[in-house]
Ligand binder design. Structure first.
Ligand SMILES: [Ca+2]
Length: 291
C-alpha cells in the first residue's frame, strides 16, 4: 500500500476535487488555444490586466475643455471646436496650422509650422489657479528657446524650451524636467497646478511623474494659446493632438488611463509596435509597483 495515504478517505476524490480537476482541464485547454496566438500578444494581455488591476478607481475629472483637433473649419472657417465646453479656438498666424489626417493619436491632429497658434480666448473658466492641462505632442525639433504647447501667459503653461519639457512661472521662471522630447515620437505631457501650494504642482511625461514643484500665478489677463507661448512669438513646430483642460487635479490613475488610451490608439494605427507597447506597459507597471 502507498505510504503516502494514511487511510482510505484520503485516496478517494471529493466532489470539490473533481470540480477542481475539471476546472484545471478547462484552464489548460484555454492556454492551448491561447498558445496559437502570438507570444507578444499574450504578454500584452497579461500586462494590460496587471495594469488594470493596479490602478485606483478614479473620478473622471472635471473637464473645462477638450480640443480634439479633428477639425479646422468648424463651427466656422479656421475654427476648431471644443467637444466638452463651448471654448471654440481660432486658428492664427502667418501660415495657419494644417489639419493632419494620418499619423495622429486620435483621428486627426494639427501640424504647427512654427509661425502659428490657436487663440482660445480668456473666458472666466480658464482663469483658474488649480487645474490640469494635458496634450499629446510629437516633434523632431520644436524650435529654439521657448515653444508653447498649452499656455495662458502670466498664469500657467507647458513649454518645450530648447526641446526640454517644462512649465513656466511668470513670477520665478523655468520649472523644468530636464527631459528632451524632440525624438519625433508621440508623448503625453501633462501638468497639475496648484498655485501657491508647496509642491502642489506636478509634471508628467507619458504618465510618469518627472517634476514636483511650487508655482505661482502672476496674471489672468491673457488669452489661452495652443501651439505658442505668446501671440507674437514662441511658436511650436510639430504636431499636437487631444488637448484637455480640467479645473482640478487629475488623479494618478486617471493620468495613466489617459496615457494608456492614447497608446492603444498608437498601437492600433501601427505607429508603435506591439513590442514597444509591451515595453511601455512594463515601464508603467514597474512605476505603479514602486509608487
Ligand atoms: Ca484628434
Amino acid at each position: 500500500m502507498n505510504k503516502k495515504f494514511k487511510n482510505n478517505s484520503e485516496i478517494g476524490f471529493t466532489l470539490i476535487e473533481m470540480l477542481g480537476a475539471v476546472l484545471i482541464v478547462v484552464i489548460l485547454s484555454g492556454v492551448l488555444i491561447a498558445s496559437n496566438r502570438g507570444a507578444v500578444t499574450q504578454a500584452v494581455d497579461t500586462k494590460v490586466k496587471a495594469f488594470a488591476t493596479s490602478i485606483p478607481i478614479t473620478l473622471s475629472g472635471s473637464y473645462i475643455a477638450n480640443w480634439k483637433l479633428d477639425q479646422i473649419n468648424y463651427p466656422t472657417t479656421n475654427q476648431t471646436p471644443d467637444s466638452w465646453g463651448a471654448n471654440v479656438g481660432t486658428l492664427n498666424g502667418a501660415t495657419l496650422p494644417v489639419l493632419q489626417t494620418s499619423g495622429c493619436v486620435y483621428n486627426n491632429c494639427l501640424n504647427f509650422s512654427g509661425d502659428d497658434y490657436i487663440d482660445m480666448g480668456n473666458p472666466i473658466n480658464f482663469q483658474i489657479s488649480t487645474g490640469t492641462a494635458e496634450a499629446w505632442i510629437k516633434t523632431a525639433n520644436a524650435g529654439s528657446s521657448y515653444r508653447g504647447i498649452v499656455v495662458k501667459p502670466g498664469a500657467y503653461g507647458m513649454f518645450l524650451k530648447d526641446n526640454i519639457f517644462e512649465i513656466y512661472d511668470w513670477t520665478q521662471g523655468d520649472l523644468t524636467t530636464n527631459i528632451n522630447l524632440a525624438d519625433n515620437n508621440w508623448h503625453h505631457v501633462l501638468f497639475i497646478f496648484n498655485a501657491g501650494a508647496t509642491n502642489g504642482t506636478k509634471l508628467y511625461i507619458d504618465s510618469v511623474l518627472k517634476l514636483t514643484t511650487t508655482m505661482n500665478i502672476n496674471s489672468q489677463s491673457n488669452i489661452l494659446l495652443l501651439g505658442s507661448g505668446s501671440i507674437s512669438a514662441q511658436y511650436f513646430t510639430g504636431y499636437i493632438d487631444d488637448v484637455r483642460l480640467y479645473e482640478d487635479a487629475l488623479q494618478i490613475g486617471q493620468i495613466q488611463q489617459n496615457y494608456l488610451a492614447g497608446l492603444k490608439q498608437l498601437l492600433a494605427s501601427n505607429q508603435i509596435s506591439e513590442e514597444d507597447y509591451a515595453s511601455r506597459l512594463d515601464a508603467l507597471n514597474q512605476y505603479i509597483a514602486q509608487n
